[in-house]
Design a protein around this ligand. Sequence first.
Ligand code: HEM
Length: 143
Amino acid sequence: MAFIDFVQGFRRQMETLTTIATLLATAAVLLVIAGLVFAKNRKKHVPLMMAAFICDMIGLVLVEFGPLIYGQSDAVTGLATAPGLLKSIHAALATASVVGYILQIISGKKILAGDRTRLDRHKTVARVFLLARLGAYITMFML
Ligand code: HEM
């Protein structure tokens, strides 16, 4: 009986984590879209993109540590026990998104400090970032 309760509780926890992670990812994508709409308005663009980054980082920690906490990863390495092609593609796109965020924060800060020469690079990375972030969002629902 206790074991069944445990399994049911475990399933509920995983579903809750998945729901929270999905909501955070949806919020992040909407914030990025809003940030792009206001790309020329620094007062709106910067906080919107930073809020997207924070949502995504919280989601990432949940996705990374959730399965570990609830025992769905290898206890020693912390890696998923059942890797697959789609999971790998999703993980690669999610990693590219994190790198994109970091590059955008670095170049964005330099633009804010007055270096307009960084804007071209910021716009180029923005395109790659958007493809990666939207790709990661879409593949999330295919796992
Ligand atoms: C991954 C997230 C981000 C994306 C996709 C993105 C995208 C863009 C794009 C497309 C522009 C071009 C606007 C134009 O056409 O002139 C822009 C401008 C700018 N971005 Fe970002 N950005 C991101 C994050 C950030 C962050 C985190 C900062 C600050 C720390 C930042 C600071 C700026 C600044 C200062 C400008 C120039 C605004 C102006 O015209 O004065 N961006 N961004």
